[in-house]
Design a protein around this ligand. Sequence first.
Ligand code: DC
Length: 679
Amino acid sequence: MSKPPLPSLLPIPPFTRAADGTITLPGSKSLTNRALLLAALCAQPVELRGALFSEDTEIMSAALRSLGVHVEADAARCSFRVAGAGGILPATTATIQVGNAGTAARFLTALCAAAGRGVYRFDGVEAMRRRPMGGLLEALTRLGAEFRFLGQPGCFPFELHARGLRGGTVEIDARESSQMLSALLMVAPLAAAPLCIRLVGDVRWPFVAMTLRQLAQFGQPTAELAARPAAEFALSWGRPFTAPSLYPIEPDATAASYFLALPIAAGGSVRVAGLPEAGESLQGDLAFAGALERVGLQLSREAGALVSTRVAGAPLRGIDADFNLYSDTFLTLAALAPLLEGPTTLRGLTHTRKQETDRVAGMAAELRRLGQDVVETEDTLTITPRPLLASQIETYHDHRFAMSFGVLGCHDLRANGQPWITVGNPACCAKTFPDFFEVLAQLRAHSHPMSTAPDFITVAIDGGAASGKSSTSRALSERFHLLHVDTGAHYRFVTHQLLERGVDAADESAVAAALAALPLGTRLAGRSSLIEIDGRIPGEEIRGQRVNEQVSRFAAVPAVRQFLLAYQRSQAQVARVAGFRGLIMEGRDIGSVIFPEADFRFYLQADPVERARRRAAEGQTDAIHERDRLDASRKTAPLTLPNGATAIDSTHLSLLQVVDQLGALIAPRLGATTIPHLP
Ligand code: DC
């Protein structure tokens, strides 16, 4: 799955109007990953509809495939078709990478122990190696599995020697993670003899109830067990897993928390479509709506949607609440506590210290950075509101930090529409909600009354070397608050990186191989988007003689163009999520290849003598005619006048005159607008 194109640091544009809109959420992560496993145990094919497509479900589905289960993914239809082998794993050896997905880690370990006779190698990312597994591994060992630890005992990585589960009575300690009990419950019907599971200590029940109800939907008689918390589970044994051929997944209730809470930050009203009533849902996290009501939001039902409204004038108060049973949502309220009257105390958090990161400590640190008074105990957080400070938020590779503070940033702190929160590594939301910031941006755009609704525009500026593209694009980006992207700099930086690695443009396979090892990213600097390669942005080196001489040769290589095409197109989304009114991109093939449907396509030209004079005035050694010749004569995406483009000859025009001419064409599309002052 490709990562969403988000900049490494995302300034959150606040809502300047009260929130108003309906959103549709992706499917529940917890339900999708359970259903993937249960469907893999069925003998008949099952289609999961409304499923989540994110890093965690990608990890789960990829692992099932490597275990020989047929899993067909159709992301556009949010559907997984799973054809299992009725409780047997076809692959007797496999290497399984669980990343930092807790569900995949626990569920797949139990599955391999129970359904296979084989040897399975497991590993996770560094953070996963520290997350709790012990309770589950001990129970599986007592039932016949053997674990050979390759690092720390009780942790990933390990080799699992599976022989099936022998049945009988087994104890499990699932205090640190209810997923360990859920994992064992799901595979219990596969045991060689009836299995009775005894719980040592407490477990957070809502997720266990979810597992038991899903088991019931997959042909296991567990519905009665799900009715109330229990300490012992005697499961029926030997029954086949069955399911309707179409199994619907509910929208994600934890993801809903961000949008239901948004009116705290932005006012107004948000409708979340398709969420079942709390009594009918399988997801305990819907209980978060009750916490919001206590804060002072109004929650109601409207045509199948759950609606959260901030009633004008009604106070929003801090609360004292135990989040133990729906703790994934504690971060949502904690991040918004600075906007409430009086302190907020959140309890029942101890176990969240061993999740994606130590969530209690991380929250305390980030809220303090924002100037808040925070008291932290092992199990609780108390946040007393203080005047908010602008800040950059660390997200600890934890999607819930990115999304929670993304919502806080929607608050128009200074009543001027200026971003005051910058979220670090926002792309980490891909774990459970890859489009989070895009959905937020759409809601923000929709919340403007139609009369002043800013259209998002794309402006393509093409032209030869030194034709004035950069200065014109920059000026227009300032004038209209458009994100400026210089694609020439992309080709230059890639050229520089390839030259550094000793690659010759004539050796196309070497070029392709080297490109595969260049991770691309985006950094925002004011109104410009800068390409990152391996976390570094281009500097002066890309304007040097060596790059000037070589760039057109590399730019003519189809693999290089292919490499940058999707990246350049993704910049429109970067501009949207960062609250720009549009994108202005300059280059050679923008109006012809990258954005042939751009709202505005301009082609700048100037007399060759004048262009050479401009380059020399910049103090550069640059054979611009030779570059133009190569750029215009190459086979892939040559420099050309795009269809329908407006050509402007700037030989006898000042920069201001060019900008005024183009600006006069663009301005009517955008209407009156205030341009944010960016640092
Ligand atoms: O805009 P510039 O002079 O910095 O561009 C450097 C080179 O990059 C240019 O000679 C050809 C290549 N380029 C390209 O092929 N396609 C683009 N869209 C932009 C630049």
